[in-house]
Design a protein around this ligand. Structure first.
Ligand SMILES: [Zn+2]
Length: 317
């Protein structure tokens, strides 16, 4: 990890200079293609420095970028800003920056989370911090793994990986089982206070009045759609689409796959997304070049990435 971050920092140094960035972009043959950026949860000033580092490329609305891409128009020097998961403080702070800077932004929201059900990875994170050390056995809830024994650290890795591929019912019941194990009702109620609060529907309604702020679908339950059957995938897509529309009154045209990797998406979901949306986005890295509109790549950035790393990632994307 240390070596990787050293290489990342070393390689990104010359990219401090806009001139070098532009040269590297054209040498790599990437400058012709636009791209979609993805963030989750970070301080607004870091987000601002990332977007500013990508100059002369500029943000345009996601639907406009995708329409340009689908109709064969150039996407050169354009990108779209997307944020996943709808954490309340993030949506509010990022909206503020985007309104000040006039940067169009899309928030992909998981409807169940806004309705009060915390996200599976929040629960795993809570267990990591609060479950006592010791040996644990997987209960009958999971037929596949029933009886398996794990030390706490192994269990956390197991659950942390399982959410990327397992069905929502199994995940929900397993996490509930271990949350109860994590202690008495006190800790269950402390979990309710612990997990980051989502943006409220009231705020979604209010923010949607700004034309540059858009809310799109990140499913109902934040489940890996590869674990679901056709009806279940349709429900995740259609119900979330309807509910977000009810609050925003704006077109819901894009779906963002939970977890975003190949094994979490599977083959079926992109076909179904094609029926109900104009685009669907992954977390597979890349620019808008010969990709299926229902399997679009994105370039993800995090709190620890600086402006040069932001440039490097868009170059390699
Ligand atoms: Zn997500």
């Amino acid at each position: 990890m240390k070596t990787r971050s050293f290489i990342k920092n070393f390689l990104s140094k010359p990219l401090k200079f806009t001139g070098c960035f532009k040269v590297a972009e054209s040498l790599l043959g990437k400058s012709k293609f636009g791209y979609i950026m993805s963030w989750h949860d970070l301080a607004p000033e870091i987000f601002k420095s990332h977007v500013e580092a990508l100059y002369p490329s500029k943000p345009i609305p996601l639907d406009e970028l995708i329409n340009r891409y689908k109709s064969g128009k150039s996407t050169k020097n354009f990108f779209a800003i997307t944020f996943d998961d709808g954490v309340g403080s993030t949506v509010k702070n990022i909206s503020k920056v985007c309104l000040q800077m006039n940067w169009p932004v899309t928030f992909y929201i998981p409807v169940g989370y806004l309705n009060g059900e915390s996200l599976p990875y929040h629960k795993v994170e809570f267990l990591r911090k609060n479950l006592a050390e010791g040996e644990y056995q997987i209960p009958k809830i999971s037929k596949k793994f029933h009886g398996k024994k794990f030390k706490k650290d192994e269990l956390m890795n197991f659950l942390g990986n399982l959410i990327y591929t397992e069905h929502s019912e199994v995940i929900y019941s397993l996490l509930k089982y271990f949350l109860e194990k994590a202690g008495d009702s006190r800790s269950t109620s402390s979990f309710k206070n612990w997990f980051p609060k989502p943006i409220s529907w009231e705020n979604v309604k209010e923010l949607s009045k700004n034309s540059i702020i858009s809310f799109q679908s990140h499913s109902l339950t934040h489940t890996a759609v590869s674990s679901l059957n056709e009806d279940e995938i349709e429900k995740e897509m259609l119900k979330s689409k309807d509910i977000i529309y009810q609050y925003t009154g704006r077109k819901i045209h894009s779906f963002c796959y939970p977890y975003g990797g190949k094994k979490s998406i599977g083959d079926l979901a992109p076909k179904i997304a094609g029926k109900y949306f104009e685009s669907a986005t992954t977390l597979i890295k890349g620019r808008l070049n010969k990709s299926n509109p229902f399997y679009l790549p994105r370039i993800d950035l995090y709190e620890n990435d600086n402006g040069e790393v932001a440039r490097l990632k868009t170059l390699l994307g």
